[in-house]
Ligand binder design. Structure first.
Ligand SMILES: Cc1cc2nc3c(=O)[nH]c(=O)nc-3n(C[C@H](O)[C@H](O)[C@H](O)COP(=O)(O)OP(=O)(O)OC[C@H]3O[C@@H](n4cnc5c(N)ncnc54)[C@H](O)[C@@H]3O)c2cc1C
Length: 353
C-alpha cells in the first residue's frame, strides 16, 4: 500500500476509530502493509529506516489523517527507538525483526521517569537486583496500547537512586493491566496504568542502566520532543483545511484563515529546520519553544474551526469537535515544566503574550 493510500484510509476511518473507542487493529495492519512500521528500525533487523526529517513529515501527515493511530504509533516507535539505541545486541536481535514486520507490538511506560508524578518523592516503580533478575514493584501510571503489547519499555529506580530501563515482557507473573481509561479524546489508543507486584524480569531484557536519570541517556526523543510538536501540527493542518473549505464560500473569513495558514506554514518550516538540526542555537527553534508554539496553534486553530462551523461543529462526530478535543491532549501529553510554564503564561496573557 502506498503512503498516500494509507493516509486516505486512515482519514476515512478516523471518526469511526474515535467513536468506537477500540484499539485500531486494522489501522496498524495498514501501517505494516505500507512499511511505516519499519521507519525507526535498521535494515539489518528488517526495517525500512527513514531520516528524522522524513519521520517528522510523515508523522505530521499521519496525525492529520488520524491522530489516534499516529499517536499510538509514536509510543510504539518510542519503544523501538529505545531498543535500537541500546547496546544489548541479544535483545535487539530477538525483538526487532518481529517488531519491524508488525508480528509483535511494543510500547512505552516511561512517564514516571520524566513528566508524571515528579512531585512525589517515592519512586513509582522500585527495582531490586536479585541474581540474574530484576524485581519490579509499583505502578506504571501511563501506558498506551498496553493491551496490544508483547513488551513494554519501562523503568524504575533502585535503592541507591540509580535507574534502569527494561524491555519488560508482558506475559510475566505479577503484571496487572487495568482496563483502559475513558479520555476526552484518544480513548481508542487504549491508555491505562499497570500494577507491578514482584515482577521477575531476566536481566537479559535490560536496555540501559543502572545509571542516574536513565531517560536522559541514548535516543528515542525525550519529553516534549519534536515528535510531540509534529502531532500537534498535524491536527492544526487538518483544522486549517476545514476552515479553508468554509472560507471558499464565505469571503469574510478569508483574512483570519490566511493568518492561520501563515502560522501553520511557519511552524512547519521551523519544525522542518529543527528536524534537520539547522540553526539549533536559535531560541525559536528549541524543542521547548516549538512545542509551546505548536500547543498554542493547535488550541487556537481548532477553536477557530469550531467558531466557524458554529453549532454544526459542536455536534458529536463533526470534524471540528473532534479536533477541539484532540487539541486538549497536547496540554497534558509529555509536557516538561518549561512548556507547561509557557502555556500557562499564554493562557494568563502574561510575559508578552
Ligand atoms: C492519553 C495519554 C496517553 C499517554 N500515554 C503515555 C504512554 O504511552 N507512555 C508514557 O510513558 N506516558 C504516557 N502518557 C503520560 C504523559 O506523557 C504525561 O506524563 C502525563 O500526562 C502527565 O500527567 P500526570 O497526571 O501523570 O501528571 P502528575 O504530575 O503526576 O500530576 C497528577 C496530579 O498531581 C498533582 N500535582 C502535579 N504537580 C504537582 C506538584 N508540583 N505539587 C503538588 N501536586 C501536584 C495535580 O493535582 C495533578 O492533577 C500519556 C498521557 C495521556 C494523557
Amino acid at each position: 500500500m502506498s503512503f498516500n493510500e494509507l493516509l486516505e484510509k486512515l482519514a476515512a476511518t478516523a471518526m469511526d476509530v474515535d467513536a468506537a473507542q477500540n484499539w485500531p487493529t486494522q489501522q496498524f495492519d495498514w501501517l505494516a502493509e505500507s512499511g511505516v512500521l519499519g521507519w525507526v528500525i535498521p535494515e539489518e533487523y528488517g526495517g525500512q529506516p527513514v531520516s528524522e526529517s522524513e519521520c517528522v513529515t510523515g508523522y505530521e501527515r499521519l496525525a492529520t489523517a488520524c491522530l489516534t493511530t499516529c499517536f499510538a504509533l509514536t509510543q510504539r516507535n518510542g519503544a523501538c527507538q529505545r531498543i535500537v539505541g541500546s547496546s544489548n545486541e541479544e535483545i535487539k536481535a530477538e525483538l526487532l525483526p518481529r517488531l519491524a514486520s508488525g508480528e509483535s507490538f511494543a510500547t512505552v511506560g516511561i512517564s514516571h521517569l520524566t513528566t508524571s508524578r515528579q512531585h512525589i518523592a517515592k519512586p513509582m516503580v522500585r527495582v531490586e537486583q536479585r541474581g540474574d533478575h530484576f524485581i519490579l514493584n509499583g505502578m506504571i501510571p501511563w501506558v498506551t496500547g498496553a493491551i496490544a503489547a508483547d513488551h513494554i519499555v519501562t523503568g524504575g529506580t533502585c535503592d541507591d537512586g540509580l535507574q534502569v530501563l527494561i524491555a519488560m515482557p508482558c506475559d510475566l507473573d505479577g503484571i496487572s493491566i487495568h482496563p483502559k481509561v475513558e479520555l476526552m479524546s484518544l480513548t481508542a489508543a487504549e491508555t491505562t496504568s499497570i500494577d507491578l507486584k514482584n515482577v521477575r524480569i531476566p536481566k537479559k531484557y535490560l536496555l540501559a542502566g543502572p545509571v542516574e536519570g536513565v531517560m536522559s541517556q541514548g535516543v528515542g526523543g525525550g519529553a516534549g520532543s519534536l515528535t510531540t510538536s509534529t502531532l500537534a501540527l498535524g491536527v492544526s493542518a487538518r483544522s486549517l483545511a476545514l476552515i479553508q473549505e468554509e472560507a471558499e464560500s464565505r469571503p469574510n473569513l478569508k483574512e483570519n484563515v490566511s493568518a492561520f495558514q501563515h502560522d501553520v506554514e511557519s511552524l512547519r518550516e521551523d519544525i522542518g529546520k529543527a528536524s534537520l538540526g539547522i540553526a539549533s542555537d536559535e531560541p525559536q527553534l528549541s524543542a521547548t519553544m516549538i512545542r509551546q508554539r505548536s500547543n498554542s496553534l493547535a488550541l487556537r486553530i481548532t477553536q477557530a474551526a469550531l467558531t466557524i462551523t458554529k453549532g454544526a461543529g459542536f455536534m458529536k462526530g463533526h470534524a471540528a469537535e473532534l479536533a477541539v478535543r484532540e487539541a486538549m491532549f497536547f496540554l497534558v501529553w509529555s509536557c516538561p515544566q518549561p512548556v507547561v510554564q509557557g502555556v500557562l503564561s499564554e493562557l494568563a496573557c502574561r510575559d508578552g503574550f
